[in-house]
Design a protein around this ligand. Structure first.
Ligand SMILES: C[S@@+](CC[C@H](N)C(=O)[O-])C[C@H]1O[C@@H](n2cnc3c(N)ncnc32)[C@H](O)[C@@H]1O
Length: 381
């Protein structure tokens, strides 16, 4: 889990359900004395152990799910964490709901999601949390509203999924997630309702590559030989996040990240627009679009452009029973938001040269239609 953290040159790393401190031990092996370590736990005996055995850490007792206990803890006073590692107790598994406040709103959630939201509130504005959670937490209906709210202030990535009994005490299937807070300075309201269009960059590169996925799901088996890359289909777009896929297809069909993914086909839903921040290649199904910016910059801004007026954007999808979005219409929508859309092949390398000076020419190209590989229903593979 410590290796899933991005590099931290200096700062504070914590575990708020620290137990005997094995996660922070791993962090310390990785980051050494360049960062400071804070370990808290609700269990007095555990805290005594930590004080004795890890005297160079800051340690204290705190019930992290209790706001009064968090406020009273000197470990959290006037500090913001660069990273938190979290392996909450799995014995909470089952029906108990917790009432928690996140982003000024009340939610009822599973204990695991409550631990996550409490830990996020301790991070500084672009801090990161790596957590091992029961697999059902990300998918359960009970936690859906809270995960959506988390997704509006942080980027949630599923790094791995494990079967039962892989970790001591974790009888359930588990999921390893990395949650990186978004620095919201200069970006739309957290509830996504504000207009981001007005906040579009007036200077700098506004090129957006449109990449249409080209692997039909019913033909996936055709590309199961050779070097593989994970698949990205609409079912993997969930609650503003990209879920890890166990399916794959030939690497030569893959698209390089980072990008914003959105459905080409199906009911337009804001929760299915998600940022993929990694450069690792994914094969897009023919139901998905990827939007890439030059060198992967301004992805949050692009994401917010789509979400902030999602009602308007969804009208670019046409067809009543199975709505779909053509490349041309997507290009028109992006141009209207102030971006410079360019349709490219799904396997093309990430754009490195700004094409904004060709802006007039490329918007004319949108009127004339996009290159031939977008011409019909069947796409050359
Ligand atoms: C699975 S263990 C964590 C192991 C630990 N991260 C490690 O690296 O060894 C879960 C810990 O959560 C603590 N805990 C349970 N409820 C808590 C709460 N509400 N606030 C803080 N700690 C809690 C337990 O005392 C236990 O030590």
């Amino acid at each position: 889990m410590a290796s899933a953290l991005a590099e931290i040159p200096t700062g504070l790393v914590g575990d708020v359900a620290a137990g005997r401190g094995s996660l922070l031990d791993a962090a310390e092996q990785r980051f050494g004395s360049q960062v400071d370590y804070v370990a808290t736990d609700v269990d007095r005996a555990v805290v005594r152990f930590l004080r004795r055995e890890r005297a160079h850490w800051t340690t204290g007792r705190c019930d992290i799910l209790n706001p009064a206990s968090r406020r009273a803890s000197s470990c959290f006073r006037n500090v913001a964490f660069d990273a938190v590692l979290l392996n909450p107790p799995f014995s909470y598994r089952g029906g108990q709901s917790r009432s928690i406040t996140f982003g000024g709103r009340e939610y009822r959630s599973s204990p695991a999601a409550a631990f996550v939201s409490a830990a996020i509130s301790l991070l500084h504005c672009d801090g990161q949390l790596v957590a091992l959670l029961p697999a059902n937490s990300l998918l359960s209906q009970r936690d859906e509203a809270l995960w959506l709210a988390i997704g509006r202030t942080a980027h949630v990535e599923v790094l791995d999924q494990y079967r039962r009994n892989v970790f001591p005490g974790a009888f359930a299937r588990t999921t390893l997630v990395r949650i990186t807070r978004r620095n919201l300075t200069n970006s739309p309201d957290q509830d996504g309702s504000a207009s981001a269009v007005a906040r579009l960059p007036q200077r700098g590169c506004v090129c957006v590559e449109i990449l249409r996925g080209r692997v039909p799901m019913h033909l996936l088996k055709r590309w199961s030989a050779g070097q593989q890359a994970p698949l990205l289909h609409t079912t993997h777009l969930r609650s503003g996040n990209i879920l890890h896929s166990s399916q794959s297809a030939e690497l030569r069909l893959a698209t390089q990240g980072p990008f914003v993914a959105l459905p080409r086909v199906g009911k337009p839903l804001a929760e299915k627009v998600a940022i993929y921040r990694q450069s690792e290649q994914l094969v897009l199904s023919d139901c998905v679009y990827a939007l890439r910016t030059r060198d992967g910059g301004r992805l949050d801004q692009l994401h917010q452009s789509l979400l902030s007026r999602f009602g308007d954007f969804s009208r670019y999808y046409s067809g009543s029973c199975a709505p779909y979005l053509t490349v041309k219409r997507l290009g028109e929508a992006l141009a209207k938001m102030g971006w410079n859309p360019l349709a490219v092949d799904a396997s093309s390398p990430l754009l490195q040269t700004c094409q904004c000076s060709d802006r007039n020419r490329s918007s004319k190209r949108a009127d004339l239609g996009f290159p031939s590989f977008y011409g019909g229903d069947s796409i050359a593979l």
